[in-house]
Write a protein that binds this ligand. Structure first.
Ligand code: HEM
Ligand code: HEM
Length: 197
């Protein structure tokens, strides 16, 4: 069993009878942070009274989750690192061009367009959390632009998450790899003979 999981986590991974490979890409911390962050956004955006202490604490948890993830992007495993998904508009455009020409390369970390979305989501959460905190300070309490920025950044985050989920669905279809499954089990099942990046 130990041997099998070791084989499975290698770059080449174990092959099943069809020749597909199962590669461990998302460690447990990345997965835990992902689904916890999604939960905090759902709670604060839709379920929790907005002017409550609970809202504030959930907001700080969201900030903390992003903070831990950013540190993990410096010291964590390969696919979780900044170096695996650099923010590069040039690479994102090249990815789009490749996609349009029918390319089916599988990305072990985020694809270049997904990478831009990930940074956008993290920045949005940081802006929402920081303006939330500012509203509790004497200097910024009742200051209109702070409240407005909190609200506008939340709207932007919702729009981004909608695009994010659509992007996940699209790239799963394009690449033939179930990306949602990978954010649950940690593994991407790479179809036989597929280019990997
Ligand atoms: C408020 C809701 C959500 C937020 C804020 C969010 C945010 C994020 C972030 C920040 C990442 C990057 C993960 C990392 O590298 O640590 C990510 C990746 C991912 N998310 Fe979400 N997400 C949300 C909802 C969802 C939902 C509903 C799904 C499933 C349908 C989903 C599926 C995924 C997948 C599959 C990835 C990895 C994509 C890849 O392989 O590149 N997310 N998400
Ligand atoms: C990062 C996660 C957070 C999300 C998703 C979030 C989301 C929201 C939303 C949707 C509203 C309602 C905006 C409106 O339509 O007026 C709101 C209001 C508010 N939030 Fe947050 N928030 C977060 C973090 C925080 C934090 C960390 C604090 C404070 C420590 C905070 C304090 C407030 C306050 C005081 C209001 C009421 C503002 C008003 O009356 O206009 N939020 N938040």
């Amino acid at each position: 069993m130990a041997l099998m999981s070791k084989q499975n986590s290698g770059r080449t991974g174990a092959r099943d009878r069809t020749g597909a490979r199962d590669i461990l890409v998302w460690d447990p911390l990345v997965r835990l942070i992902h689904w916890s962050l999604a939960l905090t956004i759902l709670l604060n955006g839709a379920l929790v009274e907005e002017e409550s202490k609970v809202h504030e604490w959930i907001g700080y948890i969201a900030l903390g989750l992003v903070g831990i993830r950013l540190v993990w992007a410096l010291i964590g495993p390969k696919h979780a690192r900044f170096s695996a998904f650099p923010p590069s508009p040039g690479r994102a455009i090249r990815y789009l061009r490749d996609v349009l020409s029918g390319d089916r390369t599988v990305h072990l970390s985020h694809n270049p367009l997904g990478a831009l979305m990930v940074y956008n989501i993290w920045i949005s959460v940081i802006v929402i959390g920081s303006t939330g905190y500012m509203m509790t300070t004497i200097s910024f309490f009742g200051v209109d632009w702070v409240e407005e920025l909190h609200e506008v950044a939340f709207g932007w985050l919702l729009f981004s998450v909608a695009l994010h989920v659509a992007g996940v669905a699209f790239d799963s279809w394009r690449s033939g790899v179930n990306l949602v499954r990978s954010m649950v089990s940690g593994r991407k099942a790479i179809p036989k003979g597929r280019e990997i990046e």
